[in-house]
Design a protein around this ligand. Structure first.
Ligand SMILES: Cc1cc2nc3c(=O)[nH]c(=O)nc-3n(C[C@H](O)[C@H](O)[C@H](O)COP(=O)(O)OP(=O)(O)OC[C@H]3O[C@@H](n4cnc5c(N)ncnc54)[C@H](O)[C@@H]3O)c2cc1C
Length: 351
């Protein structure tokens, strides 16, 4: 490993992979730090929307078969306004369907093809800046050792709980409101159409919303409520409804997972960075309605890389360039939540 890079990207999800790919394509020396062992599990429904698929194919190539689950393509979202009534929203006009994938495999494929040097089990811990050089500290849990590396640009692709964002602006962090998402994977079966992703909008199943899909014959369902809210009563009411109304029978529990998200996306309160430190993906607040976040993670990663490449010229300001480049994407994120609220007939993030 070298100890000086043009850019260091923290996080190996889609936003980090996209930033790393574009930077290396432009000839930069890039290091990606990932705190988990790769390929790492990521809580997600794993649906690749059209825009995500287009960006993926343009920059990384065709999504390999090894990344897909069964059923391979989903037709659309089935929104349930009550236990029996639904409306269908197809994923594409030509009914091609959207790829149904495991995030562990998709993300690992992306980052492995980014051209960057990737080190896993390496958690970002902090930084200091001296003479325009950023000195990054990280902890290598495989060797139980602290390391330091230097770079000119630092990209936080750490997801919703970005340490870098909290370090840059503790006050911004204090004002955030959080939700918790909880997801279970079971062996079993149900009568819900496995070719659809199902969203249940009745708030008794989750203050944000509740969802169901099938992945490699596993019954995957989850819900989300405000942090500190009553997630388990909601999940239990939801599960009982799925059992009673939709014939869900559960055999063996395979995995239980949870994560935190925040209200940056719904409030339009993005945090794009400071100086030569840029935030991308969920770290910056990019997350569309109903939790679709891969497309804006990829595009914000690409925009950050473009800003670094064009904004690094004398007299240019990288954050201003990045702010301008993401204008449309930020507007789309905000609009998507308004549209989502229309579909749901209520505020989708009542935090
Ligand atoms: C239940 C659920 C279902 C979803 N379903 C979909 C879906 O079907 N389709 C879709 O498009 N979106 C979906 N999303 C949203 C999507 O998962 C996220 O928006 C997307 O993963 C954001 O990408 P990212 O690169 O910003 O962050 P992440 O994918 O979260 O990646 C962040 C990475 O940074 C690493 N990291 C964090 N901190 C550090 C640190 N200090 N040091 C080193 N590494 C660090 C993490 O381990 C992680 O690997 C879903 C989200 C949830 C919660």
């Amino acid at each position: 490993m070298k100890d000086t890079y043009d850019s260091i990207v923290v996080g190996s999800g889609p936003s980090g992979a996209a930033a790393a790919k574009k930077l290396t394509d432009e000839g930069a020396k890039v290091l990606v730090l990932e705190k988990k062992k790769l390929p790492r599990y990521k809580i997600c429904s794993g649906i690749i929307f059209k825009k995500s698929q287009e960006i993926t194919e343009r920059y990384f190539g065709k999504i390999p078969d090894s990344v897909y689950v069964k059923p391979k393509l989903l037709k659309g979202v089935r929104f349930w306004s009550s236990d029996e009534n639904y409306s269908d929203w197809p994923f594409s006009k030509n009914n091609e369907g959207a790829p149904n994938i495991w995030r562990s495999e998709y993300d690992y494929w992306l980052i492995s093809n980014s051209g960057a040097e990737v080190v896993d089990c390496s958690e970002f811990k902090g930084f200091e800046i001296e003479n325009n050089v950023i000195n990054v500290h990280y902890f290598d849990s495989s060797k139980n050792k602290l390391h330091q590396v230097k770079c000119r640009y630092l990209v936080s692709a750490e997801g919703s709980k970005s340490k870098i964002r909290a370090m840059l602006s503790p006050e911004f962090e204090r004002n955030l409101k959080w939700f918790i998402a909880y997801q279970n994977y079971y062996e079993g079966q149900s009568q819900l159409d496995p070719y659809f992703y199902h969203g249940f909008l009745d708030q008794k199943y989750g203050e944000v919303y509740a969802w169901f899909s099938v992945k490699d014959d596993l019954q995957v369902f989850g819900t989300s409520v405000r942090k500190g809210g009553k997630v388990f009563p909601c999940l239990s009411t939801y599960r009982q409804m799925l059992e009673k109304v939709h014939g869900l029978t559960l055999k063996k529990l395979i995995r239980k997972t949870s994560c935190l998200g925040n209200n940056m996306c719904t409030t339009g309160n993005f945090y794009l960075g400071k100086g030569n430190i840029l935030l991308v993906g969920e770290a910056a607040g990019f997350l569309n309605a109903f939790g679709e976040g891969i497309s804006c993670a990829l595009s914000s990663g690409l925009f950050a890389a473009e800003a670094i490449c064009t904004g690094s010229k004398p007299g240019a300001d990288v954050i201003s360039v990045y702010t301008e480049l993401t204008k449309k994407e930020r507007r789309q994120t905000t609009v998507s939540w308004k549209l989502g609220a229309k579909i749901a007939g209520r505020d989708l993030m009542p935090l």
